[in-house]
Design a protein around this ligand. Structure first.
Ligand code: NAD
Ligand code: DAU
Length: 337
């Protein structure tokens, strides 16, 4: 593991991972391959921009020539694949780009990795591939795939392609499936940063449906630690669930955010539910704990407080990413104005 290609390293989790990984390994070159969609932001990486071990390549994972060039020029031996369209709501109004990036892009990357003869290909996936749970139970790695949104279906398809490249061609892959991440640099279309930014502006906080949908939340740095662990010590061909053992109803998170910010609950606005909204996710992460010794380090109390403080201290960052495209998306999605 000397020359590592990280796809999607300018996004939320990718940029946290790039910073974490360069901090954890002295002797690596890290190439961030990202085409900077609305969700990609090089400003997230300002702190390591001058690090001589870091390179940025602007490119699309669907472009085989560009991917080959990056892999060959930088003698890549390891791939960590984050690049994706990641927002469920956007996949409901425009699924095509999810198929292109998440499915076709992953297949292009797999072919290029095969031609390059990489030592390891880590595919970053999601608990959403398993579908929705009732009031009890948790997803294990053996739970059958039942993706419900176009986003989840595209991620499940990419997981299957990754595993097929291992079975058919012996590509040394590992797959991780993580629950909901939160922390610094998350684009404010997702629940936690959206609610923080709206509350700061005294705007309504749009809670879908009855607000009782449940998600398991993990601090992004714990996710990065888990990916690093699986990359180094995970068994080839295996899937590892990653989760926080930290289930919350959406409405309770929104109330906790308001309390922390000293804002009134009257800002909460129950709005039309997400189509096909998965009711509950919960992850059994005992395999990664048992086999690889990983466990989350953040309590939610600490992680949420730090995240709120980060958004408070970085309002210029947030305002910069909440551009015309964001305003337009927000207006259309939440039927404003
Ligand atoms: P994000 O939307 O914040 O970032 C995605 C990044 O990928 C951006 O930098 C974007 O520019 C880049 N990208 C998109 N299309 C590309 C293309 N065609 N070529 C090159 N780069 C491209 O996403 P995120 O929330 O950081 O998620 C990263 C990965 O982790 C995704 O694969 C997602 O499915 C997975 N995941 C996310 C979560 C979560 O809670 N956010 C949880 C589990 C798994
Ligand atoms: O579980 C992992 C997944 O978590 C990742 O694979 C996805 O990339 C990531 O976006 C996230 O998906 P969710 O749909 O769970 O996250 P989101 O932040 O969009 O929504 C979290 C919950 O909050 C969900 O039940 C919908 C609800 N919600 C969301 C928004 C944006 C609202 O009630 N109001 C909102 O405005």
């Amino acid at each position: 593991m000397r020359n590592v290609l990280v796809t999607g390293g300018a996004g939320f989790i990718g940029s946290n991972f790039v910073q974490y990984f360069l901090g954890a390994h002295a002797d690596v070159v890290l190439v961030n391959f990202d085409n900077l969609t609305y969700a990609g932001n090089l400003g997230n990486l300002a702190a390591i921009d001058a690090d001589s071990r870091y390179r940025f390549v602007k490119g699309d994972i669907c472009d085989r020539t560009a991917v080959d060039r990056a892999m060959q020029e930088h003698e890549i031996d390891t791939v960590v694949h984050f690049a994706a369209e990641s927002h469920v709501d956007r996949s409901i109004t425009g699924a095509a780009v999810f198929v292109t990036t998440n499915v076709v892009g992953t297949q292009v990357l797999l072919e290029a990795a095969r031609a390059q003869g990489v030592e390891r290909f880590l595919h970053v996936s999601t608990d959403e591939v398993y579908g929705s749970l009732g009031a009890t139970g948790k997803f294990t790695e053996l739970t059958s795939l039942h993706p419900n949104s176009p986003y989840a279906a595209s991620k499940a398809s990419s997981d299957l392609l990754v595993l097929a490249y291992h079975h058919t061609f012996g590509l040394p892959v590992v797959v991780t499936r993580c629950s909901n991440n939160y922390g610094p640099y998350q684009f404010p279309e997702k629940l936690i940063p959206l609610m923080i930014m709206n509350a700061l502006q005294d705007k309504p906080l749009p809670v879908y449906g009855d607000g009782l949908n449940v998600r398991d939340w993990l601090h992004v740095v714990d996710h990065c630690r888990a990916i690093n662990t699986v990359l180094r010590t995970g068994r080839v061909g295996e899937v590892y669930n990653i989760g926080g053992n930290n289930e919350w109803k959406n409405i309770d998170i929104v109330r906790a955010l308001l309390k922390h910010l000293g804002k009134p609950e009257s800002l909460i606005a129950f709005v039309k539910d997400r189509l096909g909204h998965d009711r509950r996710y919960a992850i059994d992460a005992s395999k990664i704990a048992r086999e690889l010794g990983w466990a989350p380090s953040y309590t939610f109390e600490r992680g949420l407080a730090e995240t709120i403080d980060w958004y408070l201290a970085n309002q210029p960052w947030a305002k910069k990413v909440m551009t015309g495209e964001y305003q337009e998306y927000y207006r259309k999605h939440y039927h404003e104005g």
